[in-house]
Design a protein around this ligand. Sequence first.
Ligand code: HEM
Length: 314
Amino acid sequence: MAKISFLALLLLISSTAYGQLSHKYYSNSCPGLQPLVRSIVQQTLSNDPTMGASLLRLFFHDCFVNGCDASVLLDDVPPFFIGEKNAPPNMNSLHGFQVIDAIKASVESILCKNTVSCADIIALAARESVAFLGGPYWAVYLGRKDARTTSQMAANINLPPPSASLQTLVSSFSAKGLAPWDMIALSGAHTIGQARCANFRQHIYGDSNVDPGFASFRRQSCPPAGGDSNLAPLDFRSPVKFDNQYYKDLMAKQGLLHSDQELFNGGQFDFFVWLYSVNQTAFFDDFANAMIKMGNLPPAGSNGEVRKNCHRWN
Ligand code: HEM
């Protein structure tokens, strides 16, 4: 009896924790949604697997700025409205908008009109990308609403920079209710994707906790001056495979960004990097759980909507 009450309490706590989001949210109103998103993402990634990283990052950058509300998709309307897209962490760096547009257009034209939010499409596209590239699969909680406004300043304040120290990373995730181990699991997203030289130059020329062979290899395409946009893979051994190689790289001092290597630099959370480097299942489980947690970040405003066009409010 006591056991049943405890389980009921647990269920109550978990349903409250996920607010009004539910993985069955569109079961009646748009039952074909998830297969459609899966099929478009799979088709896109078959042609260009690097797009998976872009879609995953889009979700992170959406959720960290005013919650997961598709605020990141709003176009600037100068001089009246300046949004997140051209904030320094996003400008010439965030990609995948056209894939979200393609999914939204298909949903609206062949599936269900005015029903599915752009924020939910981003969450589903991120999950499908990870799964397609070999990573874990999880039930996405749905029912988010799209924001009617945002600001460039919000992106600048909330997105941690690649120069961040371990303490800054821990604080910026803790400000979102995410624990240090959530942050370390989520950082495993850097097992796929690329970064621009401007974002890792200081690390390969100035930091001491870098494998010298790795640093000189990376310097070949990232000169001390110029070449800011030259790209390098965040995990050069398997850049389009979602695996635990990122953590092995960190153990070998081959993290590309300063912020990556901060996770394994003699600090108090080294253990998690080691754990994920030897146990991919633990990484996949913790990553999936942390993605659900991050996906539950509530929007700042209460007057959300289902946008007709992901680029602008209705
Ligand atoms: C822990 C703090 C984090 C920092 C400081 C950070 C920083 C960065 C930077 C600087 C880049 C390269 C951007 C460029 O050079 O254009 C990048 C790429 C990327 N980030 Fe993060 N990131 C963090 C956490 C995350 C999280 C939590 C996720 C997702 C769950 C994520 C997913 C990605 C992906 C997939 C890419 C590659 C994007 C692509 O190739 O298009 N990052 N990140």
